[in-house]
Structure formats: structure tokens, C-alpha cells
Design a binder for this molecule. Structure first.
Ligand code: PMP
Length: 307
């Protein structure tokens, strides 16, 4: 999980500025209605701490555009400008001993109920430990994922994380750092900040976006990695009780990476996780550029000698 950090620089209003200058007006729809769409991107150093690459940047930008479109937020930024801005901010803040998580947010700074909407791209970037994620215990929340006719889960907007926050608060009281949200049919939607991967009968299974999960980029990558390793990957609805008897369970997301799950509610899972360990190791080798994989495209942040 990202620890609260206060980096020196942010990107806002088309340029890099000191952290304290990143302010929004209280009357903006970004504040009054929590109106924004965002992406979380992850950047990794290679083994020698020389090259730094951000994973799947075009796909993150495409999802940002889709989220914006669905909420009628004009996204005037084009991909080259987005990539350049991410690189500039990362270059200001990175240090070879830490990876980074970049949050790219379109905040609605002008407009009223969908008229005259103007959004500003804001980038913040935070340091991340390089260590692989440790196994966690998780619970199933009593809170439910919203639906496509209430608050579409495919839109990555802060409003969709209100329920996630309630679920995490609920989980913390029970000793869990992550929680799974069920959908309106009582089936598995996703975790609060990651998707669910389960192994049953030797196949890797995840629920489809129509079950109320985000259209996850990490899941797309995992699916491609599975195929290249000869492991069957299936998207189909998942019952809650299937998780309790699954051969393996992990969570998958950009920030979370591929996290082993040790226990769900009162059900301990097997300590062995041969299939998802293999997938996870392949994922890590690809994002660090040790063993490139076609599913993992890296946008390389080069040193800017003119700065
Ligand atoms: N579900 C939710 C609710 C998330 O916040 C995330 C993280 N973005 C994911 C799933 C995983 O998506 P991705 O792999 O694209 O990061």
C-alpha cells in the first residue's frame, strides 16, 4: 500500500510545480461532486538501477480517455504530451533505490452539471519499495460493488472508491489489509484496488468486467503471460464459495502487482501456489526488463541532459 508521501514536485496546469502549489478551488466540480478520472501507473528500475520504464503507458492513457468520455469530461491532452509530462515528473523525483507509482488525474476545474466542463491533468508520483508483495489475509466485505446503472465500475473515478474505503475500514477492524467486494448477484467483483485471480482445476480464472470489476491492465498482462506459459486463462463469473476452496488465489493490479493471498475470511489457503508463482515471477522479470515479454511494454524514462 502507498504510504502517504509529500513529494517535492507535481505536474499541474501544464507544468511542473512545487507540491504546495497544487490546489483546487472549493467550488470546482472536482471538489463539490468529487469529479475526476484517474490512472495509477507503475514504473520500475531495471536490476542495475540504470533504466527506468513505466508499464503499459498507452493502455493507461486509453483507459483514462474512456473513463473521461463516460463521465463527459473533455480530455484535451494527447498521448505524447501525457507521456512527456509523466517522464518529466518522474525524472525530477526518482531515485535508483525505489520504484515509483504515478497517479494521473483529470480534475474538473470548471463547469456545472456537465456544461462548460474543463479538466486539468494533474500528475503526482510516489516512491515504492522494490520488494515483491508479501502474502496477505483478506476478507469478503459486507459492502457491495456498484453496478453499471449506479456507478459503472469500468469508470476509474474517485467516487467509485468510496465503497472501497468503507470496505477497507471494515476489513481493518477484522485484521485484513484488503477486502473483496461482491456484486449485486453475490458473486466476486474485485478487491478494493485490484482484481482477483483464482486457480481451479489448474486453470487461472478471473471474473469478467461485466461482473463489476475494472477493465484491469494487469489482468490483460497476466492473461497474455499465462498463454505464453501454456497455462489456461479463463474469464467467467466466480462464486464467493469458490474462493474458499480455490487451489490458489492472488490479487492483481498495477500498484498491488500480483499479491499472494494466504487466507480468506476463516478459510486458510494452501501455502503452495505453483501456477500463480510462475506467472508472478514472469511478470516481475518482464516489468524489470530482465526478461522482456510482449505483453509488457515499457515507456523508458531517459535522462534529460539538457535540464
Ligand atoms: N480494480 C480496482 C478497483 C483498482 O483500483 C485497480 C487498480 N487500478 C484494479 C482493479 C487493477 O487495475 P490495473 O491492473 O489496471 O491497475
Amino acid at each position: 500500500m502507498v504510504k502517504l508521501q509529500k513529494p517535492e514536485w507535481v505536474y499541474l496546469g501544464g507544468k511542473i510545480r512545487p507540491w504546495d502549489e497544487a490546489v483546487l478551488h472549493i467550488s470546482s466540480e472536482a471538489v463539490t461532486r468529487g469529479l475526476n478520472v484517474y490512472e495509477g501507473l507503475k514504473g520500475y528500475w531495471d536490476e542495475d538501477g540504470v533504466n527506468f520504464g513505466i508499464v503499459a503507458m498507452p493502455r493507461h492513457f486509453a483507459r483514462l480517455q474512456r473513463s473521461a468520455r463516460l463521465l463527459h469530461i473533455p480530455c484535451l491532452v494527447k498521448y505524447p504530451e501525457f507521456e512527456k509530462a509523466c517522464h518529466e515528473l518522474v525524472r525530477r523525483l526518482y531515485s535508483p533505490d525505489r520504484d515509483m507509482w504515478v497517479r494521473a488525474t483529470l480534475y474538473v476545474i470548471e463547469g456545472h452539471w456537465g456544461e462548460g466542463t474543463v479538466a486539468d491533468l494533474v500528475l503526482t508520483a510516489y516512491h515504492q519499495d522494490k520488494t515483491p508483495p508479501a502474502p496477505i489475509d483478506i476478507g469478503i466485505s459486507t459492502w457491495q460493488r456498484a453496478t453499471d446503472v449506479t456507478l459503472p465500475p469500468r469508470i476509474k473515478t474517485s467516487a467509485n472508491y468510496q465503497v472501497a474505503r468503507l470496505a477497507r475500514i471494515e476489513g481493518r477492524g477484522r485484521g485484513y489489509s484488503e477486502m473483496i467486494l461482491l456484486n449485486q448477484w453475490g458473486r466476486v467483483a474485485e478487491a478494493t484496488g485490484a482484481c482477483v485471480l483464482m486457480v481451479r482445476n489448474g486453470k487461472v480464472v478471473t471474473s469478467p468486467p461485466s461482473e463489476g470489476r475494472l477493465e484491469s491492465i494487469t489482468v490483460e498482462i497476466v492473461a497474455d503471460i499465462c498463454r505464453s506459459l501454456g497455462i489456461e486463462f479463463v474469464e467467467r463469473p466466480i462464486d464467493r464459495t469458490e474462493l474458499y476452496v480455490a487451489e490458489e488465489v492472488r490479487l492483481a493490479g498495477t500498484l498491488a502487482e500480483i499479491v499472494p493471498v494466504r487466507r480468506i475470511d476463516d478459510f486458510p489457503l494452501s501455502e503452495k501456489s505453483p501456477i500463480l508463482s510462475e506467472v508472478s515471477a514472469r511478470f516481475r522479470a518482464a516489468v524489470r526488463g530482465i526478461d522482456p515479454h510482449p505483453a509488457v511494454d515499457l515507456s523508458m524514462v531517459t535522462q534529460n541532459l539538457s535540464q
